[in-house]
Design a protein. Sequence first.
Length: 410
Amino acid sequence: MFEALIIWEWIGFLVRWLHVITAIAWIGSSFYFIALDLGLIHRPHLPKGAHGEEWQVHGGGFYHIQKYLVAPENMPEHLTWFKWEAYVTWISGFALMCVVYYVGADIYLIDRNVLDISQPVAIFISIASIALGWILYDSLCKSKIGESSVGLMLVLFCILVGMAWGYTQLFTGRAALLHLGAFTATIMSANVFMIIIPNQKIVVADLMAGRTPDPKYGKIAKQRSTHNNYLTLPVIFLMLSNHYPLAFATEYNWIIASLIFLIGVLIRHYFNSKHARIGKPTWVWLAAAIIFVIIMWLSTAPQFSTADDETALTPSPQQLALMQDPHFETVKDTILGRCSMCHSKEPFYEGVHRAPKGVLLEDEYSITQHAGEIYIQAGRSHAMPPGNVTQMSEEERAKLIAWYQSATNK
C-alpha cells in the first residue's frame, strides 16, 4: 500500500509535467498566431484571396507569411494543423484532476465545513459543472448575444463570477479556484475541438472539392480563438493558485478569482493593441496594478468562519485506523512539536502568517486527514519542515514512516 502511494506520487508528477509541457506549446502557438494575425498588413501585390502579409526575423532567418481570409485557390501540398497541443493539454489536465482531486477527494476536494457530501457526489458535481460550462458558453455564442463580441464577453464574465462564488460553496478553497480554471480551460479546449478545427476542415473539404468556402466558418473560428486569447492568462493564474493560500484560502477568494479575469483581459488588451499597431494603452498597467492591490487587500480578510467550525468532524475508517495505531501518540507529539507552529490557524513561527497551502495540523483529525502528505513530505523525503528548521530527527522521520505503513497495511 505504501509503495503504491509513492508510485502514485510519481504518476502525479509525470502527468503534471506533461500538462505543463503541452500547455506551454498551446499557449505559445496561440499567442503567436493572434499577434501574427493582428500585425498583418494588406498590400496590393498580394495573391488573389490573400488578406495580409508580414515579414518576421527569428533565429537568424527571415520569414515571409501570408494569410488567406477564407482559403487559397489551390490546396497546398503540406498543411500543418495546430490542434494536438490543445487536446493533450486538456486530457493531461483532466488526468491530473483525477489523480489529485478525485482520488484524494477527502483532502483536496471536499471541505465538510463548507458542504458535507460524499466523494462520488463531489466528483459528479465537479464533472457536471465543467461540462455545463461548455454547453452554456457555446449556446451563448450561437445566440443573438454572440453577435456582439463585447456583450458576449460581459455575459461570460458574469457567468465566471457566478461560478467562482458557486465553487466556493461546494469545495475547498483550493479546489474552487482550480475548478474555475478547469471550467474556463474546458471552454477553450472545446473551442478548438468542437468549433475551430471542424470549421477549418469544412473549408479544406470545400477547397479540395473545387467549391468556394463560406467565409462564415473562418469568422466563427476567429471569434472563438480571440476568446481563448483573452482567457489564457486568468487560467494560468487559477492553475497556479493552489500554491498560494492568500489566493484560495481567504474569505473573498471568489472575488479575487473574478478580479484576476479583469487583469488578464487588460494585459491581453495591451499586447493585442500593440501587435495591431493601433497604439500602446499604457493605462492598462496602472489599472492592472490597482486591481492587484485590491486583491492583496482582500487576501488579508479573515479566513472562512462558520458556526460549525468547532463541531467535531467524523473521521473516516482510514483515519480511525491511523488514530488507533500504537505509533500515533508519538507521531502526534512530533507533528505538534515540529509542524504545527506553521500549520495552524494562527501560526506563531516568525514570518509565517497563514498555514502553508492551507494545511492545518493541530489535532488528531487534521493530522490523520493529511497522513499521506506527511508520509511523503516529512517521512519519505525531507521536504518538510523546510530546511529542517525545526530540527526533525531521522528517528522521528522513521516513526512517521512506521506509523503510516503500519496503519495503512491493516
